[in-house]
Design a protein around this ligand. Structure first.
Ligand SMILES: Cc1cc2nc3c(=O)[nH]c(=O)nc-3n(C[C@H](O)[C@H](O)[C@H](O)COP(=O)(O)OP(=O)(O)OC[C@H]3O[C@@H](n4cnc5c(N)ncnc54)[C@H](O)[C@@H]3O)c2cc1C
Length: 406
């Protein structure tokens, strides 16, 4: 294991791997990524893998766009498949105001050269014949969106970074961080690494790791659920994949998986997990399904997809997801701790991880962020934000993730 590096990245999910990759692309290759277990063993391995050019906030959408480009580029450079299915996506307008909003986005997409149309309900039907379009006012259609294999993308990023000279140390939990005269001492189970810079990309583990330094990072995990259906009659006959659906009515997203559908929901009453600390024996684990909590979402999904009523649920994926008090990640330097950086708090880390890593790597290697995006800066919350307030904000923002700003 390298014991003296310019940068140590803690955490080998998609975000940590993307940070290692972008640092290497910008010439910083004296680096090591240290991962507690196997790469992707946090949230990344069980993610649905949706990536999109359609971002909810205009400023933030650049991070979405460059994420897709990052993964495609890493695939080409490493030869590791990311299994990108470019199905396109439909963002449903459930009322007149949402439709107006989608029309107002068009000039911005045109300016950035990203294919984008606003469809009528009939056009939506043509793109997805299984969808019940009564009650739908139209949809925003981004044909270059899709989904990919999150583990494949992480491996591609790590392999491409290694090809440029970076290294990866697996099964190497970081136990503590300590400041010294030349930078940081990263104490791991395999020994100490001396690093000028440390990037913490440890998702919901970050709070505990940095609490030891008196740094308050408002990240917690909730249990996020997706259901996978048995084959749907209409899908079996189709010779192409249907676009991903995003919909405020069901408060979630749906995509094709094989000949069934995979639907993930942002519930009204999210359940937090491990508030007192992540169990030491938590490995690549999932939680027991809890369909009662997502029953209102499932009922609405059946209205949108009538054929879903006719088939069973094959699998439920209930896994931990990291939240911050405003649903946005924490990216950038930690105040008053020179050389310590965050890339954490991602709840859509597949869709935004690659672009966020590029943003951070630019900041680290050039001394300034590539563009103004204060909404994600790591220092935007007070160090001692009360836990009750943190959790209340998380509940509010999580449940309204699919609401549009109308
Ligand atoms: C059911 C479900 C579906 C999802 N679907 C999507 C989707 O379609 N699109 C999307 O964008 N997002 C989705 N997400 C969210 C997405 O999975 C996460 O946002 C993303 O994986 C976060 O990546 P990460 O690298 O920040 O964290 P993680 O993948 O959790 O990685 C953090 C890593 O840090 C390591 N680590 C922690 N502590 C230490 C330590 N002390 N020393 C060394 N290593 C350490 C962990 O082992 C872990 O591997 C979904 C989530 C769930 C639960």
């Amino acid at each position: 294991m390298k014991s003296d590096v310019q940068v140590a990245v803690i955490g080998g999910g998609i975000v940590g791997a993307a940070v290692l990759y972008w640092l290497a692309k910008k010439g910083w290759t004296d680096t090591v990524l240290v991962e507690r277990r196997e790469l992707t063993s946090g949230s990344t391995w069980h993610s649905s893998g949706h990536v999109a050019y359609f971002g909810p906030e205009a400023d933030f959408s650049q991070l979405y766009a460059s994420s897709i480009q990052t993964y495609v580029q890493a695939e080409q450079e490493s030869g590791h498949s990311i299994s990108f299915h470019q199905t396109g996506s439909l963002r449903i307008a459930s009322n007149e105001k949402e439709l107006e909003l989608f029309h107002s986005y068009k000039p911005d997409f045109d300016k950035r050269g990203i294919p984008y149309n606003v469809c009528t309900p009939d056009e939506v039907s043509t793109l997805n014949p299984l969808l019940e379009t009564s009650g739908i006012f139209g949809a925003a259609y981004t044909p270059t969106d899709g989904y990919l294999d999150p583990s494949g993308a992480t491996q591609a990023l790590a392999a491409a970074a290694r090809g440029l000279g970076a290294s990866v140390e697996r099964f190497c939990p970081v136990l503590s961080l300590q400041r010294d005269t030349s930078g940081w001492l990263v104490e791991t189970e395999k020994g100490i690494i001396s690093a000028k810079h440390v990037v913490v990309a440890a998702s919901f583990w970050t709070r505990e790791l940095l609490a030891k330094l008196g740094i308050g990072v408002p990240v917690y995990a909730i249990k996020h659920q997706c259901v996978l259906s048995d084959s749907l009659p209409g899908l079996v006959e189709l010779d192409h994949e249907i676009p991903i659906l995003r919909d405020s009515y069901i408060s979630g997203s749906v995509r094709q998986e094989g000949k069934g559908i995979l639907a993930g929901f942002y519930e009204d009453t999210p359940e937090f997990w491990a508030l007192d600390g992540i169990p030491k024996d938590f490995h690549e684990d999932l939680f027991e399904p809890d369909l009662d909590r997502i029953m209102p979402n499932l009922e609405r999904l059946m209205e949108r997809y009538p054929s879903f009523r006719e088939v069973g649920i094959k699998n439920v994926i209930n896994g931990p997801m990291c939240l911050t008090p405003d649903n946005l990640p924490l990216i950038g330097p930690v105040q008053d701790h020179e050389g310590l950086w965050l890339a954490t708090g991602f709840h859509v880390g597949i869709a935004t991880g690659g672009g966020s890593a590029e943003f951070l790597a630019h900041w680290m290697t050039s001394g300034a962020p590539p563009f103004d995006l204060k909404a994600v800066h790591a220092d935007r919350f007070p160090n001692d934000m009360p836990t009750d307030l943190v959790l209340e904000r998380m509940r509010q923002y999580y449940r309204k993730f699919y609401q549009l700003p109308t």
